[in-house]
Design a binder for this molecule. Structure first.
Ligand code: BJW
Length: 247
């Protein structure tokens, strides 16, 4: 049987540029539900894919604002887990490293990752729906959603909804990393949402090896130079670090 961890460790040890794409699975062990998990409680009857759109916000701004406010409060109470810390450790050990995340929770930065490319924004920030400008403070006690202090428009979370363009600088940085890395790690993502889902393919086509870390290999790419480490990221990624650089 192939020793996939040993193989992945050898690739990581030799790599000159490691690019990583993370998804909600990385934060699952911090207590943040993955995007496609069933929602619980108040939100059980809503489909997240239907709430995370500008159309939903315009139709039901209070409902969408409240959904994000509740998630923001839950996320603020969460801490990075061993997967976040292990990725920060990899960054300190390899010559060049790019961490691209689809997550909006800010936990990579909290774990000490120096540079994080956020493709889908950050729930901790709020911006004006009309002017697309981030605001630093907003009224949490009055009208929901609160109003923009500059133009009176509705405030919304600074995240990327379906049908919206990704922040151009972040997307360019992600593409550049995928094109130039020699090892691409895809950790805890279902690979369902484009353009992020195309990054592993882009890296693979450009000649990189791809290591996938996920609790399931369903929906994951398979083939030559693609290796799958099955298991929870909070165990697998620290294990990969230990196998790569045994103390
Ligand atoms: C573990 C684990 C553990 C669990 N350890 N692993 C038709 C109409 C309109 C648009 C489209 C269309 N068809 C395609 C599109 C494009 C669309 C898209 O991709 N849709 C798909 C659903 C098909 N994309 C967009 O709209 C993007 N913009 C764009 O393309 O612009 C150009 C354009 C404009 C107009 C029309 C067409 C094109 C924007 C995408 C924005 C995504 N935003 C969200 C919400 C962010 C805010 C919020 O959180 O509310 O981002 S959606 C959601 O999915 C979130 C995530 O970042 C993203 C990815 O999900 P992720 O991270 O992969 O999570 P899950 O839950 O899917 O998977 C978790 C994984 O972890 C699983 O594999 C588990 O097995 C694993 N796991 N525990 C390791 N412990």
């Amino acid at each position: 049987m192939t020793d996939v961890v040993g193989l992945a460790a050898a690739l990581l040890r030799e790599a000159r540029h490691v690019a990583v794409l993370t998804g909600a699975g990385v934060s699952a062990e911090s207590g943040i539900p993955t995007f496609r998990d069933a929602l619980s409680g108040l939100w059980a009857s809503y489909d997240p894919e239907e709430l995370a759109t500008p159309q939903a916000f315009l139709r039901q701004p209070e409902l969408v604002w409240d959904w994000y406010a509740e998630r923001r409060a839950a996320i603020t109470a969460c801490a990075p887990n061993p997967a976040h810390h292990a990725l920060a450790e990899i960054e300190r050990r390899v010559p060049r490293f790019t961490l691209v995340t689809q997550n909006i929770d800010g936990l990579h930065a909290a774990a000490g990752s120096a540079t994080v490319v956020e493709l889908h924004g950050n729930i901790r920030r709020v911006k004006c729906f009309d002017e697309d400008v981030v605001v630093e403070q907003w009224d949490t006690a009055g009208e929901r959603p609160p109003r923009c202090p500059r133009c009176g428009g509705m405030l919304r979370p600074d995240v990327v909804w379906f049908g919206e363009l990704l922040p151009e600088r972040a997307l360019r940085a992600a593409w550049a990393a995928a094109e130039s890395c020699d090892l691409f790690l895809s950790v805890g993502t279902s690979n369902l949402v484009v353009p992020a889902a195309s990054l592993p393919w882009m890296a693979h086509r450009a000649g990189a090896s791809v290591v996938v870390v996920n609790t399931t290999d369903e929906g994951q790419h398979k083939g030559d130079r693609i290796h799958c480490l099955l298991g929870p990221a909070g165990t697998v990624v620290p294990g990969l670090v230990r196998a790569t650089w045994p103390e």
